[in-house]
Design a protein around this ligand. Structure first.
Ligand code: NAD
Length: 498
C-alpha cells in the first residue's frame, strides 16, 4: 500500500511512530494509502530544520523571496491537472472544484508576489528636533499551520504563502484525510527555489498538533477546522505564548427578500448549498425567505433544481458534486437528517437512500431539503457540513437579520434583493464577518482578508491580505537622531513633543 511520508528539510522522511491514518478513495470507499502520524520528536525535527533555514531565509531580500513565489505559481499552473486529480481522489470533490480550490490558493501566492511593496514600512522625517522615525515589519521566525480536509490546496497556501514571503519558515500539519496534495505543494516550493527547511510538512493527529502548540520555538500558529478544536488550539497556543489565529465552523444563511430575482437567487443558493457536497465553511446551508410567497417560491424552485442535480464520481465532468470525505462523515450527515425529522422539521427531499451504480461503497449522499426549520432545533444550530439545505421561514426583514446575527457561528451570510438600501442596512447591522449582496459565497479575494466572527474564528487577525502580513510579522520602530555640537544635559523627564 502507498505510504505518505513527512517532508522535512527538503526531503521525504519516513516516520517512526508506527501509527497511521487511512486515506480513502471516497468514490469507491477503499483505502488507497496510509499516512504516517508524527511523534512529537518528528515535529521537533521539522522545527529544527525550519529554525536553521529561517536565519538565511530572512536575509534573502523581499524581491528574491517574491521570485520564488512567482516560480511556484508557474509550477502549479504547469501541474494543475495532476494536482487537481490528486486532490479529488482523496477529498471527493469534482475536478473542476478541485481546480477552483487550488486556484483560490494560487491567488494568495499572487498577492505574495507583491510582498516587497507590502513590507515597505513607514517613515516620519523630523518627528522631533533632528529625529526621524521609521518602522519595519520583521518575520516572527518559525510559524505553523494546521489545516482541515475540505480545502487541502487553498488553505495551506493562505498560510505558507504569506508566512514564507514575509521571511518566516513554516511547518504545515495538513489534514490526515487528504495529505498528498500538501506534500506536492512543498515539493513544488523547493523546485521553485525555496531552500530546504523553508516549508516542511508533518502529518499527524492530536499528538502532532499538541507538539506544535507546545513547541517553544514555534512563534505563531494558524489553524482552520471545526470550532471546538479551533478553540482548543487558540487556548493552548496562546497559553504557550504564541500568536494564534484559529478559524472554526460555520452555518451561513442566505436571506431572500420578497423583491429578489428568485430564479437567480435559487440558482445561486443551490450551487452554494450543494457544491462540494456542502463541505465548505462558506457553503450556504440555510435559506431564509421573507414572507410566505417568497418561501413557497423558493421551495418550488429548489425542488425543480434538485430534479436535475447530478451527483457522481469526482472524475465525472457532468457531476455537480461527488462523495463526502469519509464513511464516518456520511453517517454523521445521515444522523443529522434523522435528527431533523425527529425535531419536527419537514424533510422534503431525503438524500440518504442515494446510491451510485458501480460505486455502491462510495461515500455518496444525495441532496436533501428541509422546510419549516426552527431556530430552537439542533439541526439549525449546529453545522451539518453536508448536502443538506434548510429553509427557515420568517415574516420580516428584522427577523431575517436576527437569525444569522444571533447564531453561534458568524462566518458568512448573503442577502438577495434588488433594494440597495435594504442590502446596505443588512450589511451594516448583521453580526457576521463576511457578507455577500447577491453573492452566495462571499469569500474575499486574496488581497482582502478572510475571517468570520463569533465561534467561527478565535483570535484577532484574519487570514491573508494585509491582515495575513500583520499576523506573520512584528513591527519594529526605530527612533534615530545624529547629534552634533555640545554635549546635552541628561533629561530626567519623559521626552514629549510640546
Ligand atoms: P477538524 O477540526 O476535524 O480538523 C482540522 C485539523 O485539526 C486537522 O488538521 C486535524 O488533524 C486536527 N485535529 C482534529 N482533531 C483534533 C484534536 N482533537 N486535537 C488537535 N487537533 C485535531 O476539521 P475538518 O473536519 O478537517 O474540517 C471541517 C471543519 O473545518 C468544518 O467545521 C468547517 O466549517 C471548518 N472550516 C472552517 C474554515 C474557516 O475558514 N472558518 C474553512 C474551512 C473549513
Amino acid at each position: 500500500m502507498r505510504e505518505i511520508t513527512h517532508f522535512i528539510d527538503g526531503v521525504a522522511v519516513t516516520g517512526s511512530s508506527g501509527r497511521y491514518g487511512d486515506v480513502f478513495n471516497p468514490n469507491t470507499g477503499e483505502v488507497q494509502a496510509r499516512v504516517q502520524l508524527a511523534t512529537a520528536a518528528e515535529v521537533d525535527r521539522a522545527v529544527q530544520a525550519a529554525l536553521v533555514a529561517q536565519v538565511g531565509w530572512a536575509q534573502v531580500n523581499p524581491q528574491r523571496r517574491a521570485r520564488v513565489m512567482f516560480d511556484f505559481k508557474r509550477l502549479i499552473e504547469r501541474d494543475m491537472d495532476a494536482l487537481a486529480e490528486i486532490l479529488s481522489s482523496e477529498h471527493g470533490k469534482v475536478i473542476a472544484d478541485s481546480k477552483g480550490d487550488i486556484q483560490r490558493g494560487l491567488e494568495v501566492i499572487e498577492f505574495a508576489c507583491g510582498i516587497p511593496h507590502v513590507l515597505k514600512g513607514e517613515y516620519t522625517e523630523g518627528a522631533g528636533p533632528g529625529i526621524d522615525i521609521y518602522s519595519m515589519r520583521q518575520p516572527l521566525g518559525v510559524a505553523a499551520g494546521i489545516t482541515p480536509f475540505n480545502f487541502p490546496g487553498m488553505i495551506p497556501m493562505w498560510m505558507f504563502g504569506i508566512a514564507i514571503a514575509t521571511g518566516n519558515t513554516f511547518i504545515l500539519k495538513p489534514s490526515e484525510k487528504d495529505p498528498t496534495l500538501p506534500v506536492k505543494l512543498a515539493e513544488l516550493m523547493m523546485e521553485a527555489g525555496a531552500p530546504a527547511g523553508v516549508l516542511n510538512v508533518v502529518h499527524g493527529d492530536k499528538v502532532a498538533v499538541d507538539a506544535i502548540l507546545d513547541h517553544p520555538d514555534i512563534r505563531a500558529v494558524s489553524f482552520v477546522g471545526s470550532s471546538d478544536i479551533a478553540h482548543y488550539v487558540y487556548s493552548r497556543g496562546t497559553a504557550a505564548g504564541k500568536r494564534v489565529q484559529a478559524m472554526g465552523g460555520a452555518k451561513n444563511h442566505g436571506v431572500i427578500l420578497p423583491d429578489a430575482d428568485l430564479d437567480q437567487a435559487v440558482k445561486d443558493i443551490i450551487g452554494a448549498a450543494y457544491g462540494s457536497a456542502g463541505e465548505r465553511c462558506m457553503a450556504l446551508p440555510v435559506v431564509v425567505p421573507v414572507g410566505k410567497a417568497t418561501a413557497d417560491g423558493v421551495r418550488e424552485r429548489v425542488l425543480a433544481e434538485l430534479q436535475t442535480l447530478k451527483v457522481g464520481i469526482s472524475t465525472d465532468p457532468a457531476a455537480q458534486y461527488g462523495p463526502v470525505v469519509s464513511q464516518a462523515h456520511k453517517q454523521k450527515i445521515s444522523d443529522y437528517i434523522q435528527m431533523g425529522v425527529d425535531e419536527g422539521a419537514e424533510l422534503v427531499v431525503d438524500g440518504r437512500g442515494f446510491s451510485l451504480q458501480g460505486y455502491e461503497q462510495g461515500f455518496f449522499i444525495g441532496p436533501s431539503l428541509f422546510d419549516q426549520v426552527k431556530p430552537a432545533m439542533r439541526t439549525y444550530q449546529e453545522e451539518i457540513f453536508g448536502p443538506v439545505l434548510q429553509i427557515a421561514r420568517v415574516e420580516t426583514f428584522e427577523e431575517a437579520l436576527h437569525l444569522p446575527s444571533a447564531h453561534q457561528y458568524g462566518n458568512g451570510v448573503a442577502i438577495f434583493t434588488r433594494n440597495g438600501r435594504a442590502a446596505r442596512e443588512f450589511a451594516q447591522r448583521v453580526n457576521v464577518g463576511m457578507v455577500g449582496i447577491n453573492v452566495p459565497i462571499p469569500v474575499p479575494v486574496a488581497y482582502h482578508s478572510f475571517g468570520g466572527w463569533k465561534r467561527s474564528a478565535f483570535g484577532d487577525v484574519n487570514q491573508h491580505g494585509v491582515e495575513g502580513v500583520r499576523f506573520y510579522t512584528k513591527v519594529k520602530t526605530v527612533t534615530a537622531r545624529w547629534p552634533e555640537g555640545a554635549v546635552e544635559d541628561s533629561a530626567f523627564v519623559i521626552p514629549t513633543m510640546k
